[in-house]
Ligand binder design. Structure first.
Ligand code: GLA
Length: 388
């Protein structure tokens, strides 16, 4: 007899020890964005995949308007009173409390829950552990209360929790892919209409390899919100000169060139990034259709350069990681992924070079920063689901 216990059995056992009952088990994945960064809140396009790494939220209902939450990763429990849940506590539980608060604001009455959380999405790595937590919690809370909610509404609700409760003005990408991910497919999402296509990745002999810088610079959240206001400023100015402009999505590259001088220099750079990045996503899809991975990789490189120079959301660790990657034979493209200021890079690497890619990255990055980077290789995976 082996000691092997299914994942589900392990969760049931841990939950049983904490709450003396058997839970329903829900999961949602982290994500890596392949191209289309800082375009979602500008109504542009994004192209992420869901990862095989996911957050698990096991729960049962209780009837006293309390959420009793245990986080296995934090080794900590917290109780939240749903009658007193209108503002954040600056704590990991804000994502859960925020989801519950927005569900209730949207007219879904919750009676309470015992919740067990665990995750293998690395926190603060730009792989969207927060959306994985929000979406798994929202899916679970809805299910145990018998509330029907479609995937798009659930993604929007989680985004609202992050915008209004946590105070991070994120776009819709992370929550959307956590809901919609599909095995071996990437999501092409039009963040204006929310029309989307799941696109098969014809990667032939290449793989996406994710490298973690293991740093997260504190200014991330405030700089993120600042980028949003700079984009809004650009829209405000350009809409006085170009009719019908509601977001940076509405501005073509030639219109930008014509009117760029009207923008303050920093805002002009931000705008250039968003407009060219939106086009790069469409070009990347074309490249995939033509089986042109070299071109896809070039577009990834151009995306990083633009995030670094024009959007200024990269950092020394990300730039170094990208430089090392690009110097290795068999790397077709390398860029930072996610919000920036630390976190991960995503690299398109020829399969037969992946081993040497990983060892060179680890060795050189560690040599420079004295930190060993984690490396993840994940096939595009499925979105949220109940596994019990
Ligand atoms: C964070 C946000 C997303 C998106 C990316 C940048 O991950 O949560 O909405 O804006 O940054 O592309």
């Amino acid at each position: 007899m082996t000691n092997y216990k299914s994942f589900q059995a392990q969760i049931n056992e841990k939950f049983g020890l904490l709450f003396s009952s058997k839970p329903r088990i829900f999961q949602a994945p982290g994500r890596v964005n392949l191209i289309g960064e800082h375009t979602d809140y500008n109504d542009g396009f994004v192209f992420p995949i869901a990862l095989e790494r996911r957050t698990t939220a096991a729960m049962i209902r209780r009837d006293d308007r309390k959420l009793e939450i245990w986080s296995e990763n934090m080794g900590e429990s917290i109780a939240i009173d749903l009658n007193d849940n209108s503002s954040k506590r600056n704590h990991w539980s804000d994502y859960v409390a925020g989801v519950a608060a927005i569900m209730e604001k949207s007219g879904m009455t919750l009676s309470g829950a015992n919740i067990y959380l665990e995750s293998d999405v690395p926190v603060g790595s730009g792989l969207s552990s927060s959306a994985a937590l929000e979406v798994s919690t929202a899916l679970g809370l809805a299910a145990i209360h018998g509330i029907e909610i479609d995937k798009i509404s659930l993604a929007k609700l989680c985004q609202r929790a992050e915008n209004e409760f946590v105070g991070m003005k994120c776009g819709i990408m992370d929550q959307f892919i956590a809901c919609h991910g599909e095995h071996n497919k990437a999501l092409l999402l039009d963040c204006r209409s929310l029309d989307f296509q799941m696109i098969e990745l014809p990667l032939q002999n290449a793989l996406f390899v994710v490298c973690n810088t293991m740093v997260k610079h504190e200014l991330g959240a405030s700089e993120y919100n600042k980028r949003r206001s700079e984009c809004e400023e650009a829209v405000q100015i350009l809409s006085q000169h170009i009719p019908g402009v509601q977001s940076l999505r509405d501005i073509s590259i030639s219109q930008f060139t014509q009117h760029a001088a009207k923008l303050p220099p920093v805002v002009r750079n931000r705008t250039r990034h968003v407009i060219t990045e939106t086009q790069r996503v469409l070009d990347a899809i074309e490249a995939l259709k033509n089986d042109d991975l070299a071109e896809f990789g070039e577009l990834m490189n151009a995306s990083h350069n633009s995030l670094q120079a024009d959007y200024e959301v990269s950092c020394t660790e990300l730039d170094t990681m990208v430089e090392i990657a690009r110097s290795i034979d068999g790397t077709l493209g390398a860029r930072m992924t996610g919000g920036g200021f630390g976190g991960c890079t995503v690299n398109l690497v020829l399969e037969d070079q992946v081993d040497s890619f990983c060892s060179i990255i680890q060795q050189r990055y560690q040599h420079k920063f004295n930190r060993m980077p984690d490396i993840y290789i994940s096939a595009p995976s499925h979105g949220m689901r109940e596994i019990s």
